[in-house]
Design a protein around this ligand. Sequence first.
Ligand SMILES: [Zn+2]
Length: 367
Amino acid sequence: MNRWEGVSRRRFLVSTSCFGAAYAFARMLPLSALAQSLAQDPRVSPSPLVDKGFASIRKVGNGVYATVSDFSKGPQTLCNGGFLVGRDAAFLIEGFHTPAGAAFQMDALRMVSPVPVRAALDTHYHFDHSMGNAFYGAHDIPVWAHAKAASRIVESYASLQGLDRATFLASLEKRVRDARTDAERQHGQSDLNAATLVFGSTNATVLALPNHPLDPVKLPVTLDLGGLSAILETYPGHSGTDVIVRIPDQNIVFTGDLLFNAWYPVTFDASISAWRKTLAQFASLGKDALFVPGHGQLCGQEGVALSRAVFDDLAEHAERMYQVGVPAAEAVERYTVPEKFKTMPIFAWGFTVGPTITKLYDEWKSK
Ligand SMILES: [Zn+2]
């Protein structure tokens, strides 16, 4: 082994150990299979174009392909995405978690078409949707995103680069050590796992920023790829930088993280009431709407209904606690996942349940 192989192997071990805790969580939660209703949807190909374990890509419409990730099999993509192929041009959706993830999707596009790529879109700034952008930079593919996405990437992730890992994680580790109950310990451990993942990813990545800002005031815009039209729209809710891709002729929607299918929604920088209104709008898109969510399996309206039901459940709990004067922090610890949602992944308590309840409290207090 030469010196550089030794270095890169050591780097690999360091970065994979950062993912270890998150993997432990992901392995318990294999991705559910394609829903029976979608297996019969004539738009959806029964077999994938390509399946690498960490993600599979299948045709879900005319010129429309969906990438669905399975984090339990690897961190390359982590989020879902896809691509659109017209007569004249193609359009890639998501920067994914790593350049290898973006490269995987590009390779799949080239299996079906040689047309030039107009651009790639980060549906929002979060690390699992943007840290593969360097692949696009290296291949002269413009990266489109909400106008605020680039600055949010810098504020949120460049600021973590070069920090001391132990210092960064110290307060979360202390919370796990000082937990008073098993529930508190589990919640704290899930937050520590998530922070470890974000820190590891950020420090293993050369950040590449979107270079084509989409001014939200000028949305929606229509994308004509030659015989295939898509509309880029912005909706409030998940991150303040959310852009969706809708193919109206075929009623297919790439929602980014405005829809988590059969997952607890990640809400740490969300607007809860606005997000619930956005989900109500998705529910009005018709019963044949096909959704490619940001995370989880492809779904129809049942996925939107489930996500709304989770928000309802969290809001009912929060309201009960609020009415009797329980402080927000205590209400967060006292939430229990109902039996019907037990199989749904929770990325981390402090990224999902915690901020949903705290933000609802803040909304009510400000009234
Ligand atoms: Zn997100």
